[in-house]
Design a protein around this ligand. Sequence first.
Ligand SMILES: Cc1cc2nc3c(=O)[nH]c(=O)nc-3n(C[C@H](O)[C@H](O)[C@H](O)COP(=O)(O)OP(=O)(O)OC[C@H]3O[C@@H](n4cnc5c(N)ncnc54)[C@H](O)[C@@H]3O)c2cc1C
Length: 442
Amino acid sequence: MNQMITTTYDVLGIGFGPSNLALAIALQEQGEQRGRPFNALFLDKQQDYRWHGNTLVAQSELQISFLKDLVTLRNPTSPYSFVNYLHSQGRLVDFINLGTFYPCRLEYNDYLRWVAGQFAEQCAYGQDVTRVEPVLGQRGVEVLKVFSRDAQGHERFRLARSVVVSTGGTPRIPAAFAHLRSDSRVFHHGQYLTRMAEQRCNQNQPMRIAVVGAGQSAAEAFIDLNDSYPSVQVDMILRAAVLKPADDSPFVNEIFSPSYTDLVFNQPEGEREKLINEYHNTNYSVVDLNLIERIYGILYRQKVANSQRHGFLCRRNIEGAMGDEQGITLALRDTATGEAENRRYDAVILATGYERKSHKALLAPLQEYLGDFNVDRNYRIMAGEQLKAAVFIQGFSQSSHGLSDTLLSVLPARAGEIANALAEFDQAPVGRTLRSLAMERS
Ligand SMILES: Cc1cc2nc3c(=O)[nH]c(=O)nc-3n(C[C@H](O)[C@H](O)[C@H](O)COP(=O)(O)OP(=O)(O)OC[C@H]3O[C@@H](n4cnc5c(N)ncnc54)[C@H](O)[C@@H]3O)c2cc1C
């Protein structure tokens, strides 16, 4: 690696999904207010802006009101609102006529791209960040070195006084499938569109496909396979006894309001956990009611026609998976009867959710300063005295900040809080650390 170093950024954002996009807006506002823009750059490994691009099937809808866009909850007068996007596209009246709060995800992706396009100068695409290292100076670590690799494998680094890691979830692969990671017939739902485009059902050849999971992604995959691929027979395989609806009733929805973050954060650890567990069924292993009804309707019509195309295999443990030339064989056990059976598929789609751990791998070289990666209320990791540079995370603090942390719900509020904290950090004389700032405040 041979590069000239010209800039030390105020902020380097890692990942340019909705979280850091919301932050880019908040930093712009904050910069205008203080009369001095932040020197901020966001790095994303994708070649251009896409929001879960491989999952954008025709029938997918946003699971949150469009009013909870990147900015409206904090600043309804911002030009970056979903309503302004609709207006700029000449679709505001038509959207109103639709009478929905839930645009399709294709449209929401387009909205996010529209905003991202306005921050093009602050984003470097095709930069896969590999690690963040400390630069040790006389007073401790005031600067961080962010390494990234481009599509050609060239590595470079950039320097920053603060980083905000917002790299989202990592596909969860169940243990039974770990050894099939390189088998192209088994793939996670996060790769759905790309991998389906390679399948022979595109040439209308018959295929048997298993969809593993009981959440929204599994339901969306089932519907899309049914609608888009007439030659495909699908088995939906789930450990649960039934598909359960997501609870998005109004009182329950209050847990996704920005003020609820304070409530969760201010609880003792055990109480936080209870609150999170109590409302788990708002987000995990649940499906929008209208999709459940569609799936039930599809299966019912099969009964009427007395022709079973798709299967719904509930209460099934997958005890093993084996690949050979014939296909992928799944060893299933009915958890109620104990009965075992093997089923063979041409492809298996793992709609098995996401883990939240990528920040730890990226920040591993800073581990000695960052301890357990616990954050303060403003999402800054509480670091040892030696680390003067600031490290923030977005989307990895569900256990301390509540269920909204991995969703779109509080993006504008969280981005505003981080932007304020960054402004405060930027003004702090060198040598004042997070802990000393906190002590001064108390
Ligand atoms: C299919 C799907 C649908 C969803 N629908 C909803 C919904 O309707 N409502 C809702 O509230 N939530 C939804 N979610 C939850 C989702 O987490 C949020 O919508 C949102 O995407 C979170 O934004 P983020 O920026 O934190 O993470 P992400 O959107 O995951 O963005 C992370 C970004 O970081 C980049 N990145 C990752 N690693 C690196 C690296 N090492 N170097 C450089 N760049 C990197 C990625 O390319 C990506 O652009 C959905 C999630 C999925 C998977």
